[in-house]
Design a binder for this molecule. Structure first.
Ligand code: XUL
Ligand code: CO
Length: 441
């Protein structure tokens, strides 16, 4: 069903359909076939694709060096509520034409922040009601909500970690309203991305105190959400830097350590963004693996960086090999726990046609679908799994097994070492693993 408001914004574009890989139609899926079952679930269920309200409907192509290039009707309106309603209409039209089920938002993506706290609160309540009606009429859902505690100048020294308590309390007030909107819209998860939680220089920073404040802030946010009946995941989205020199949620391992230190590990999971992983000098796969091992693989922000650029370019995913490696971990760990795949990606400044945002999302969805199909084949039809298991087979029986079970002490290991003086080298077979992967792409 296509959901239209008073105006049709994407004229001439209908519902995007699956046409198969032989199709030449740029406005059709070639691999993403929502109802096709792969590894026991439909593609729709595996991915729960979501669009990012901020990039798809908030952006206008402007960058540090130049003004807007994309002149969307909803961005040109002056009156904030009218503009917000038009933006919501465009968003629902777009999501329904894509055939996706979800979107993600920050509070002030839904409506422009007011001149003061009270005006912002009123605007949010008005827009929550408007969007709630559109949700009821369309069946479109919200994957996660969040709060923009980054853009307003009051947060220049941080939100939860600001050295001024008044700013910390203001951020808490803002997050409370965002949580209220989240609960009213039956949103499935709530994300914290600490874009200004960190430092530009350690010279002026009491790191221990700031981390304790962030812990306290998240404990209180969790307790408030739960007291209001929010049952979904809270998610931390790690990023090592940008806008700050150093952000406290540097990567998955750091964020998981932090959550455990403050007793938050039962309520929080991780939202992993591809370009944030690469900024932390990790692969996307590495971050998925770390989160999955801790049972915290909550959700994904899908995008990619650029090999030559050292910043968050947030481009739409198109690297099938990278995403196939990721899908191997995704499938083996049982998928995402409550989250989905949110396209936290923006079209380029020079992509100025109304169809470009469709083409971008289709390409992203097809990349994930193609990778999922390849990963499933690799797991079920190639020697990949057995080769991996074989590498560790010395732990399956005898002394190796006893070691794993904690039955051998250091003197036992010493005796085994003495007995086995000559150790035959075992090849790691990296090139074989790499060629198996490529065969299935
Ligand atoms: C910034 C980023 C954010 C978060 C939500 O790099 O990824 O959009 O996803 O605040
Ligand atoms: Co993100």
């Amino acid at each position: 069903m296509i959901v239209l408001g008073d105006v049709e914004y994407y004229k001439g574009i209908g519902k995007i359909e699956y046409e198969g890989k032989e199709s030449d139609n740029p406005l059709a899926f070639r691999y993403y076939n929502p109802d096709q079952i792969v590894a026991g679930k439909t593609m729709r269920e595996h991915f729960k694709f979501a669009i990012s309200y901020w990039y798809s409907f908030g952006g206008n192509g402007s960058d540090l060096f130049g003004d807007a290039t994309q002149h969307f009707a909803w961005n040109e309106m002056r009156e904030p509520i009218l503009a917000a309603k038009a933006r919501a209409d465009a968003a629902f039209e777009f999501i329904s034409k894509m055939g996706f089920d979800y979107f993600c938002f920050h509070d002030y993506d839904l409506v422009q922040e007011g001149k003061n706290f009270g005006q912002s609160e009123l605007r949010l309540v008005t827009m929550t009601e408007y969007i709630n009606k559109k949700i009821s009429n369309s069946g479109i859902k919200v994957l996660w909500g969040s709060s923009n505690c980054v853009s307003n100048p009051r947060y220049m020294n941080g939100a939860a970690t600001n050295p001024d308590f008044k700013v910390v309390a203001r951020a808490a007030g803002q997050v409370k309203l965002a949580l209220d909107a989240t609960i009213a819209l039956k949103v499935e998860n709530y994300v914290f991305w600490g874009g200004r939680e960190g430092y530009m220089t350690l010279l002026n920073t009491d790191m221990k105190r700031e981390l304790d404040h962030m812990g306290q802030f998240l404990i209180q946010a969790r307790d408030y959400g739960r007291s209001q009946g929010f049952k979904g995941n809270f998610l931390i989205e790690p990023k090592p830097m940008e806008p700050l020199k150093h952000q406290y949620d540097f990567d998955c391992a750091t964020a998981i350590g932090f959550l455990r230190e403050y007793g938050l590990e039962k309520d929080f999971k991780i939202n992993i963004e591809v370009n944030h992983a690469t900024l932390a000098q990790h692969t996307f796969q590495h971050e998925l693996e770390v989160a999955a091992q801790s049972g915290m693989l909550g959700s994904i922000d899908a995008n990619r960086g650029d090999y030559q650029n050292g910043w968050d370019t947030s481009q739409f995913p198109n690297n099938v090999q990278e995403i196939t490696e990721a899908m191997l971990i995704f499938l083996k760990s049982g998928g995402l726990q409550g989250g989905g795949v949110n396209f936290d990606a923006k079209i380029r400044r020079s992509s100025t046609d109304m169809e470009d945002i469709f083409i971008a999302h289709i390409g992203g969805a097809d990349t994930f679908a193609r990778a999922l199909l390849a990963a499933e084949k690799i797991i079920t039809s190639s020697p990949y799994e057995s080769l991996r298991q074989q590498r560790y087979s010395s732990f399956d029986t005898g002394s190796g097994k006893e070691f794993e079970e904690g039955k051998l002490n250091f003197n036992d290991l010493y005796a085994i070492a003495k007995e086995n003086d000559e150790i035959e080298l075992q090849s790691g077979k990296q090139e074989l693993f790499e060629s198996i992967l490529n065969r299935y792409l």
